[in-house]
Design a protein around this ligand. Sequence first.
Ligand code: NAP
Length: 247
Amino acid sequence: MNKVALITGSSKGIGKEIAICLARNNIDVVINYLKSEKDAIDLKEYIIKTYKVNCLAIKCDVSNEIDVDNMFNRIEKEMGGVDILVNNAGIDLSNMFSQKDAENFRKTLDVNLIGAFNTSKRAYKHMIDSKWGRVINISSTNGINTYYPMCLEYDASKAGLISLTHNLSIQFAPYATVNAIAPGLIGTENELEGYTKEFLEEETKKILVNRIGTASDVANLVEFLVSDKASFINNTVIRIDGGQYNS
Ligand code: NAP
């Protein structure tokens, strides 16, 4: 029987690439989305047709506990429990410090951090009962040691996700591993939107491999972490940033 992976926020960008990559490895995948329904349905059809695995597309706001519970109930009914959980859904409400407010701060924490808690809590029982599991939290180099006041809520949420990773790895032991991935600059449509060509050129100069990362770079790392070859990698944070030397 195939393993089942839930990738939150996988209608586009990094999450989409992770879903495709895991399906290519004969893993049944659940695409989760909030607004991008058409993208999610198109991806579901593409995955079923191309990789012949089971695939669901489920609308769910990960910051909402009831929504998350409903999503897991449906997965359990139609596919069995979630063996692999990739907490990828994220928002970044960057703006000027003077324009920031508590509401946007809370919203960012709700999606990026509490969302990962909600899904992990719900995934826990099946992973422990089946004595196997993988949780991968998509944090960011911003959660480690880059400091941009423009995105201070985002940075705090991604740092929190690293702390959550360490505590969950203890809670899920010894059966499931829990790790965080900290990507640097990854050229998804959403990320590149709003950056000027000049800014991107300057940023690229700070990356030792002299290019911006791709969603596939991150998906390849997830592919390895969910494999049995990575069963001794646990409770850690793996940077994937091309050697960005100011981050
Ligand atoms: P993206 O293209 O903006 O995709 C974000 C995804 O999250 C979308 O599928 C979106 O779904 C979903 N989402 C947003 N709010 C949600 C919610 N409340 N519930 C469920 N899903 C929700 O982002 P990306 O660039 O691929 O980034 C993916 C992850 O990697 C994020 O956590 C981001 O912080 C992290 N990351 C990205 C970079 C980068 O350079 N791109 C670097 C470091 C870390 P809908 O469109 O359906 O709403």
